[in-house]
Design a binder for this molecule. Structure first.
Ligand SMILES: [Zn+2]
Length: 163
């Protein structure tokens, strides 16, 4: 882990909070080059009607526009949750240097949990990886969100029964 990793992960957590406020599963991502933010994203597939609108994809797209290049060399992507297969694939295509993620995603993580897309020896680009940065806070944001949603649904059912 590098010294600045927690700092940028906190920034990614603040972006995850925006997803929460929009009713989306709270995942945030920030793309950094030379200590400068070049891309920010938060999960918003529901609001955008876009199955690919994951936090990482949004951050990579913005980074490409800022650099005016589809290759995002010398960059580090910070994301609060281990990426899915689609996002891990996009990281290989974009040639980012390094990925730092917070919580592990045992069900669908593609950076070692379910699959290891980034570490596959046949890949033509290898992404450096650090995981578990602020893992507890990143995981708590997701579990708090899902608990809140369950409670909201329960309250709604009770209200319907009473009416
Ligand atoms: Zn994804």
């Amino acid at each position: 882990m590098k010294q600045q990793d927690e700092y940028w992960m906190r920034h990614a957590l603040s972006l995850a909070r925006r997803a929460w406020e929009q009713g989306e599963v709270p995942v945030g991502a920030v793309l950094v080059q030379n200590d400068r933010v070049i891309g920010e994203g938060w999960n918003r597939p529901i609001g955008q009607h876009d199955p690919t609108a994951h936090a990482e994809i949004m951050a990579l797209r913005q980074g490409g526009k800022v650099l005016e290049n589809y290759r995002l060399l010398e960059t580090t992507l910070y994301v609060t949750l281990e990426p899915c297969v689609m996002c891990a694939g996009a990281m290989v295509h974009s040639r980012i240097t390094r990925l730092v993620y917070g919580a592990h995603d045992l069900k669908s993580g593609a950076a070692g949990s379910l699959l290891d897309v980034l570490g596959h020896p046949g890949m033509n680009h290898q992404v450096e990886l650090a995981s578990g940065v602020l893992a507890e806070e990143c995981a708590a944001m997701l579990s708090d969100f899902f608990r809140m949603r369950r409670e909201e649904k329960k309250a709604l059912r009770q209200a319907q029964r009473q009416s």
